[in-house]
Design a protein around this ligand. Structure first.
Ligand SMILES: [Zn+2]
Length: 180
């Protein structure tokens, strides 16, 4: 799947704590979108590698790509759709997030982990699949091979569109609740 599709699917993981009856902060969708980009730190080219932050120092515009160095290192060590696209990675993210995130923020932890996991599920729908049981070097898909989709193809685009509408609906309900 394309980076933008991953981000949008990850953003939609906010619906899960909502369905579980949790009250969540509206900005949590950004956490889901961000963690959904993390697995592609192992790709030679990815959205997260080129994520830019910038500002002005005096009159000079300065932009940095903070994830570029780590993406170069991780892609060289692990290779694409290997370790970072595996069950081991989900366990590491879940454990890491429980250290970094205060125990009171269950929804934040949940969205961070679900955002990451959503990336793996989306990639498992594509033709090449993922090494889900890494270090076992076997590619797995979530569907029979003939039903799997092409990255950048029609299903990818449809997921991006439907996911974007769903994120807008999520944001709209907050705007609506502020307006009332
Ligand atoms: Zn991926």
């Amino acid at each position: 799947m394309r980076g933008s599709t991953h981000a949008v699917i990850g953003a939609n993981t906010v619906w899960i704590p909502i369905l579980m009856g949790m009250v969540i902060e509206p900005w949590l969708f950004l956490i889901g979108a961000f963690t959904a980009l993390l697995p592609d730190l192992d790709a030679s080219e990815s959205k997260i590698k080129h994520l830019k932050f910038g500002g002005y120092i005096g009159k000079t515009k300065v932009t940095i790509k903070p994830f570029m160095p780590i993406a170069v290192i991780i892609s060289a060590i692990f290779g694409h759709r290997g370790a970072l696209h595996s069950l081991v990675a989900i366990a590491v993210v879940a454990a890491g997030a429980s250290f970094l995130i205060p125990h009171t923020s269950v929804a934040l932890w949940l969205v961070a982990v679900l955002g990451y996991t959503s990336h793996l599920l989306a990639d498992a729908l594509t033709k090449s699949g993922i090494e889900f049981f890494w270090p076992w070097k076997q590619n797995f898909g979530a569907l029979p091979r003939f039903l799997r989709v092409k990255t950048g193809g029609l299903v990818d685009t449809l997921l991006l569109l439907i996911g974007s509408v769903s994120v807008l609906l999520f944001l709209y309900q907050y705007v609506g609740s502020f307006a009332l």
